[in-house]
Design a protein around this ligand. Structure first.
Ligand code: LHQ
Length: 258
């Protein structure tokens, strides 16, 4: 069985991290496979939303530490530049929404790959930990970029330094994730969210992502100018015309992603 599964249903690509006996810890092969599946999702026109989850009882325990201690394994530099960084940039640059459904522990790079997604939901028993400092490392896979933006400097600093495991409820409370569902409802709820996203105006969602990607580093003036540019693009889509027409005709819109 492959360590990354992909299936596409009703315009949603379901990507599953699939090393359940290792809590879906990443090895090099799995990281490269995930990059390939993300490329497929980005290029396939029928894919209008991506749902990322883990098989079994964890989301992902981050780097498979057995690979790190293997003398024949990849070095630290390769792990970041060839494995994790390209995953994070693919998710952020994909002009389609990516939703992470965290149904168990999300640790290390596993946590930060979840947190770089556009919407993160979790089950009540899920947990998040910046495990890095416990083994003498710093948060990677965008952790030092996303965490302060999500939860503020103080919480980010404490979570990164202390490496404490926090509950999904606490993650929701501090704004690290969007919503928590009872354990037996996560799968249905996250699939419904992804299905809903896949029927929305896909180009506008991609442009929202583009604008948010830039918002923390742009000046207000630069962000207003970017909104202006991107709004012109959104306004030239079929879905925009359909959205306004449907509103005027007092009916539900049918968006096609065009
Ligand atoms: C694991 C792992 C794991 C292998 C659980 N590897 N087996 C970048 C640059 C270069 C190098 C390093 O990495 C990185 C990026 C990173 O992601 S660094 C952070 C790496 N991850 C960690 O340090 C997390 C280590 N794991 C844990 O702290 C715990 O296992 C967590 C909190 C994730 C889960 O705890 P529990 O629910 O109590 O489960 P467990 O500890 O009993 O784990 C279950 C099994 O999974 C166990 O194996 P065993 O054969 O004893 O049943 C663990 O050894 C194995 N496992 N994480 N990352």
């Amino acid at each position: 069985m492959s360590s990354i599964l992909l299936s596409i249903q009703n315009n949603v690509a379901f990507i599953t991290l699939n090393r359940p006996d290792k809590l879906n810890a990443f090895n090099g092969e799995m990281s490269l496979l995930l990059q390939g599946k993300l490329d497929e999702c980005a290029s396939l026109h029928e894919v209008r939303a991506v749902h990322l989850s883990g098989a079994g009882k964890g989301f992902s325990a981050g780097q498979d530490l057995a690979e790190v201690v293997d003398p024949a394994g990849p070095g630290l530099e390769k792990i970041l530049s060839e494995y994790y960084n390209p995953i994070v940039t693919r998710i952020r640059n994909m002009p389609k929404p990516v939703l992470a459904a965290v149904g168990g522990v999300a640790a290390g790079a596993g946590a930060n790959i979840a947190l770089c997604c556009d919407i993160v939901v979790a089950s009540q028993s899920a947990s998040f930990l910046q495990a890095f400092s416990k083994i003498g490392l710093i948060p990677d896979s965008g952790g030092t970029w996303f965490l302060p933006r999500l939860v503020g400097w103080q919480k980010a600093s404490a979570l990164a330094m202390l490496g404490e495991r926090i509950s999904a409820a606490e993650a929701e409370r501090i704004g690290m994730i969007y919503k928590v569902y009872p354990d037996d409802e996560l799968s249905g709820a996250s699939m419904a969210l992804a299905a809903g996203l896949a029927q929305m105006p896909t180009k506008a969602l991609g442009l929202i992502k583009h604008a948010l990607n830039a918002s923390f580093t742009n000046s207000l003036e630069a962000q207003l100018a970017l909104e202006d540019t991107l709004q012109q693009r959104a306004g030239s889509t079929r879905d925009y015309r359909e959205g306004v027409k449907a509103f005027m005709e007092k009916r539900l819109p049918t968006f096609t992603g065009e």
